[in-house]
Design a protein around this ligand. Structure first.
Ligand code: HEC
Ligand code: HEC
Ligand code: HEC
Ligand code: HEC
Ligand code: HEC
Ligand code: HEC
Ligand code: HEC
Ligand code: HEC
Ligand code: HEC
Ligand code: HEC
Length: 523
């Protein structure tokens, strides 16, 4: 066929060693490979010099701000060739996920979550506290699955028996998270109190009742304190007292310091405000005394009122009353008793002459005993004294006799200052809200206003999920949008005592470090 190339012709056109000459693609392939290797060696080399700083090159990214000091000290957290991340699949093959735990605990312990866990199931520190996610990333706000891997079916994860707590908690939502314990049990407090009565103006609930006015507060300093708390323009003494929640419930110590002189050292010691998660406990002296003084004898022309100290058990109060009435008796008509002749001195070996009380002494004794007994009747049987607020361990009437010391006791009030023992709460985070949003029953105008202390006024889950839920819009009303992850409300390293906070002793490392050990991350 004309024009067809012969083998010879082709051989002369294409050099025989054609395939031995690299074209530009192959030349660059080779060059780039060499460059890459050189660069890699240089990169490794560069990271070996420059003590530590170069290690960053291998890092996954900056560690959290609390750990920034060790950003380049990989060995503070990493055991070489032991992957610690749960996601590094190899760790399941070659093991060692827990190897780094000991390094973490050099600086801070991670005490057990519960002593009823199955030890083999507890994950490595790093699998919950994922680092290298940037300075601002939180190490402690975890995804729910870090908790629900056990809590979605807790019975499978307790070492022995069945779970003491709700078996299936999969999400903070109605039906998936139980309602709170305090709402499922009785109020453990043993103090009598009536919110409806005290929050009503003048502490009266009936229209014919006599309102309690500022003038009825005997102590002038206390009267001013309550006057100041009533915001209207300096109310006169005739105005019925109006209490506010803050008259009794405070987050800070401001009110306790109020009566101290300005230069008192205690002013410096008492912080202007405490951390403020919970309300300070109620104390009689600060919140009740002004209107409920423990007066057994009102002031008369000749004498001051007789007021007994608080927090004394009846047995000890007997001594107080005896002393008080002996003093009053002597100061009054009984001064002659002090002039009574002393008993005759005896020689050694001689039996002392029996002392016969004089008729004046006998008289004094019965008079004082009678006064003491009267006072005790007022204190324990009258409406407006100890029994108004307290329960007794036994009926006091049976225990009131001149010849026997009172044997009954005051039941400890035990008003809880923390209600959720298995979760956190913080009033400061909710300070934008009216107290009524969560404790409506403390207000006299509420249809279910609380009249006895046994009412539990702590809000339930229905209240929380209005905000702590995914954001939605039901009929134009915004709902939810506030975080609702388990770690928002629960701590983890507390071994059954949730309020044991960050400062708890169990969280300290076994050995404290020097500055050098600390900064190098190598104790
Ligand atoms: C404060 C402790 C800490 C320091 C310091 C630290 N890391 Fe990490 N590193 C971690 C944690 C925790 C993980 C697991 C993260 C995860 O699983 O999401 C991790 C994971 C890694 C991983 C992924 C493989 C694995 O083991 O899971 C690499 C690679 C890594 N780090 C490199 C470095 C390098 C390089 C340095 C030093 C420059 C360094 N890290 C310093 C805590 C640290
Ligand atoms: C060389 C010391 C050191 C090492 C090692 C170390 N940390 Fe820390 N870590 C600190 C210091 C300091 C703080 C800040 C004070 C505190 O909260 O105890 C901190 C804080 C934390 C916090 C609290 C963070 C917060 O936002 O409140 C967590 C969680 C934590 N570390 C986890 C780990 C884990 C997991 C490891 C091991 C992979 C580890 N740490 C290794 C020193 C260290
Ligand atoms: C199941 C997940 C989980 C595991 C595993 C875990 N933690 Fe935590 N850790 C948390 C949560 C949640 C918090 C925040 C709540 C709290 O403080 O209890 C926290 C808080 C911390 C804190 C900050 C509080 C403080 O004391 O300053 C440190 C430090 C800490 N963990 C260290 C560790 C160490 C060390 C280990 C391993 C021995 C570990 N954690 C294992 C979930 C976990
Ligand atoms: C390895 C399994 C496991 C993981 C993971 C786990 N828990 Fe638990 N949790 C338990 C066990 C077991 C108990 C105790 C059950 C019992 O005593 O019957 C418990 C008890 C609790 C309790 C009730 C008792 C208490 O001390 O307050 C709460 C609340 C709780 N866990 C919250 C959490 C949160 C929040 C997380 C995630 C940060 C978490 N748990 C992760 C196993 C686990
Ligand atoms: C005169 C003092 C006084 C005033 C004013 C007062 N409280 Fe109380 N509060 C108490 C005492 C005492 C207790 C503890 C006894 C009890 O359980 O009722 C208490 C307990 C509580 C509790 C604990 C839960 C419970 O059911 O026991 C809540 C919540 C509470 N008060 C909210 C309020 C709110 C909200 C206001 C304002 C509307 C308020 N209180 C006004 C004295 C007061
Ligand atoms: C977002 C809802 C919410 C608001 C708003 C709120 N509380 Fe509470 N309050 C609670 C919860 C929940 C508890 C139980 C916390 C605990 O003790 O664990 C509580 C507990 C209390 C207690 C018992 C003592 C304590 O601190 O645990 C008192 C007293 C109290 N609240 C008074 C008030 C007063 C007064 C206001 C208004 C200034 C107020 N609360 C606002 C939810 C709220
Ligand atoms: C502003 C004055 C005032 C303060 C403060 C006050 N109370 Fe009262 N309280 C009254 C008045 C007025 C009454 C009605 C008269 C009476 O029964 O003594 C009353 C009645 C009571 C009753 C009987 C309730 C009933 O339903 O019959 C109890 C119990 C009580 N108070 C306890 C307390 C406690 C506990 C405190 C402190 C936490 C306190 N009060 C603080 C004024 C006050
Ligand atoms: C107006 C109410 C009120 C009256 C009246 C009252 N108390 Fe109390 N009492 C309290 C409160 C509130 C507490 C708990 C806080 C505190 O200690 O101040 C308490 C605590 C006590 C305690 C301590 C119990 C313990 O175990 O913690 C004793 C003891 C006590 N009172 C004895 C008495 C005696 C005795 C009387 C009568 C002379 C009396 N109280 C009258 C309100 C009252
Ligand atoms: C009106 C909306 C609202 C209601 C109702 C509400 N919260 Fe909150 N809560 C918030 C907001 C906003 C924050 C702060 C945002 C944050 O820290 O994620 C918060 C924060 C918290 C925190 C973290 C506090 C801290 O500083 O660590 C806890 C715990 C909490 N809420 C518990 C509750 C509980 C329990 C209830 C129900 C009794 C409740 N909240 C009801 C809005 C609400
Ligand atoms: C908005 C706050 C909040 C969130 C979010 C939350 N809880 Fe709770 N949780 C509570 C409160 C409050 C209690 C009651 C504590 C008590 O009774 O002492 C509780 C109780 C529990 C209990 C004990 C149940 C029992 O038997 O009494 C477990 C277990 C628990 N929560 C697990 C979880 C888990 C898992 C998550 C995440 C899926 C979660 N919680 C999310 C507030 C919350």
């Amino acid at each position: 066929m004309a024009g067809q190339e012969t083998g010879k012709q082709r051989a002369s056109r294409i050099p025989l060693d054609y395939y031995k000459h690299p074209d530009w693609v192959q030349r660059w392939k080779l060059r780039l490979t060499v460059i890459a290797v050189v660069l890699a060696i240089a990169w490794c080399g560069a990271s070996l010099v420059g003590a530590g700083q170069g290690n960053r090159t291998f890092s996954r990214g900056p560690v959290a701000s609390v750990h920034a000091a060790w950003d380049a000290e990989c060995s503070a957290c990493h055991v070489p060739f032991k992957p610690m991340g749960q996601n590094a699949g190899v760790s399941t093959l070659i093991g060692g996920a827990h190897a780094s735990d000991a390094l973490c605990t050099n600086c801070h312990a991670g005490p057990p979550h519960s002593n009823r866990q199955k030890p083999a199931e507890v994950q490595a520190c790093a699998s919950c506290h994922r680092d290298h996610r940037g300075r601002e990333a939180s190490l402690v706000q975890l995804a729910d699955k870090d908790c629900t891997r056990c809590h979605a079916d807790l019975n499978l994860h307790v070492a022995q028996g069945v779970a003491k707590y709700e078996n299936n908690v999969s999400l903070f939502a109605k039906g998936k998270h139980p309602d709170f314990r305090p709402l499922r049990s009785q109020d453990p407090g043993r103090l009598k109190f009536n919110h409806k009565l005290h929050m009503a103006p003048g502490q009266v609930l009936t229209s014919d009742g006599k309102p309690w006015r500022l003038a009825d507060i005997a102590d002038p300093a206390e009267r001013e304190r309550y006057r100041n708390q009533m915001r209207s323009t300096t109310p006169s003494d005739d105005v019925p007292v109006q209490l506010s929640c803050a008259s009794c419930h405070q987050l800070d110590s401001g009110d306790f310091a109020a009566n101290l002189p300005a230069d008192s050292p205690a002013k410096v010691l008492l912080p202007p405000r405490a951390a403020g998660a919970y309300m300070l406990p109620i104390t009689y002296d600060n919140q009740c005394k002004a209107c409920h003084p423990l007066t057994v004898e009102p002031a008369t022309k000749g004498s001051k009122p007789l007021t007994v100290p608080h927090r004394m058990e009846p047995d000890a109060l007997r001594d107080f009353l005896v002393n008080a009435y002996v003093g009053r008796y002597i100061a009054g008509s009984g001064a002659a008793l002090l002039d009574a002749p002393l008993p005759k001195r005896t020689r050694p070996g001689e039996a002392p002459e029996p002392v016969k009380p004089s008729p004046e002494q006998e008289k004094a004794k019965t008079a004082i005993a009678e006064q003491v007994l009267n006072a005790e009747k007022i204190l324990y049987l009258g409406k407006q004294t100890c029994g108004e607020c307290h329960y007794y361990t036994a009926p006091p009437g049976d225990g009131l006799r001149v010849d026997a010391r009172p044997s009954f006791k005051i039941e400890p009030p035990q008003v809880p200052s923390v209600w959720f023992t298995h979760a956190k709460f913080n009033h400061v985070s909710h300070k934008a809200l009216d107290c009524k949003a969560c404790h409506a029953r403390a207000y006299p105008d509420d249809p279910q206003a609380s009249t006895v202390a046994a009412d539990v006024m702590i809000p339930g889950i229905d209240n929380c999920i209005q905000c702590h839920a995914p954001s939605s819009d039901s009929g134009g009303k915004p709902q939810g949008g506030v975080r609702f992850g388990c770690t928002e409300c629960h701590s983890y390293h507390h071994g059954d005592a949730a309020p044991a906070g960050l400062g708890a002793a169990a969280r300290k490392p076994q050995r404290t470090l020097t500055i050098q050990e600390f900064l190098s991350g190598k104790p």
